[in-house]
Design a protein around this ligand. Structure first.
Ligand SMILES: [Zn+2]
Length: 269
């Protein structure tokens, strides 16, 4: 129901008939209506918002955030690209809201590999803070999972704990105004960095790795990439365990062209 509804409502954002500003309003209204519909559906099923009891995971009710949904209004501009000299991947499959066979079925960030991002990216490539902020998570004592642990995550891939394990070693930075960036699959955290560290825009915060990926155990050295997320919403305020309630990834439920437009804007001064 969900995808069908979204496709029906948002499938043609650039028809050329309706001005872009009007579409933004429509998108906001659609997000609100969608949240209402999901709320009604969950209530009708007697679900608790986590598991409907038949193996179907129902995500927390969170309206699709738009740039203006963040408290800072026009704040979703001026981000520094998290890999020096890098650029967005050409393929939408590596962008947010792309379908995934697991990890809740939806990709929540941008995957930056060495083949499609304007610059070489490999294990140990520096990762930069996308803008100034305060570190709210830095996995300094992360330990790589065993194959048995990976298998356990794969057997229950949709819960938030498994999703978090799949992201491996992470750093999260709170930029205020309901904006948080997350950096995942890291090889290591930059020396001296920890929770509470204030970072400047473009500051070295970590190094690219492949931690948390199944390949890091089964076929090491083949999955080096940075998974980068921009999360927005009133719930993107530390401390929040996994930042899933009222804190959605930028691009959630939006068509690929709109997701790309938002990210291009984010990396524009
Ligand atoms: Zn990813």
């Amino acid at each position: 129901m969900r995808r069908g509804w979204v496709a029906l409502s948002l499938g043609r954002p650039y028809s050329g008939i309706v001005p872009l500003g009007a579409w933004r309003n429509i998108l906001r209204l659609s997000a609100s209506l969608f949240a209402l519909l999901v709320t009604i559906a969950i209530a009708a099923c007697g679900g608790d918002g986590n598991n409907a009891g038949d193996g179907v995971i129902i995500e927390p009710v969170t309206a699709t955030p738009t740039p203006d949904a963040a408290a800072n209004g026009s704040a979703l501009h001026g981000f520094v690209f998290p890999i020096g000299g890098g650029c967005l991947p050409k393929g939408d499959q590596l962008m947010p809201n792309a379908a995934r066979p697991y990890r809740n079925g939806i990709h929540e960030g941008v995957d930056l590999y060495g083949v499609d991002n304007c610059v070489a990216i490999a294990g140990g490539t520096p990762v930069l803070a996308a803008r100034a902020g305060r570190v709210i998570r830095a996995d300094l004592s992360y330990k790589d999972p065993t194959q048995a642990e990976i298998n356990a995550y794969l057997a229950n891939p949709n819960n938030e704990s498994s999703l978090d394990q799949f992201r491996g070693r992470q750093v999260w930075v709170d930029h205020g105004g309901g904006i948080v960036t997350r950096y995942a699959h890291l090889q290591s955290v930059a020396p001296g960095l920890g929770v509470g560290t204030q970072v400047t825009s473009g500051q070295l915060i970590a190094y690219v790795g492949e931690s948390g990926t199944p390949e890091s155990v089964s076929n090491p050295g083949t999955e080096f990439h940075l998974h980068f997320e921009i999360r927005v919403g009133t719930g993107c305020v530390a401390p929040t365990a996994l930042m899933t309630v009222n804190c959605s990834f930028l691009g959630k439920d939006l068509p690929a062209a709109e997701v790309r437009r938002l990210f291009v804007a984010a990396f524009t001064p």
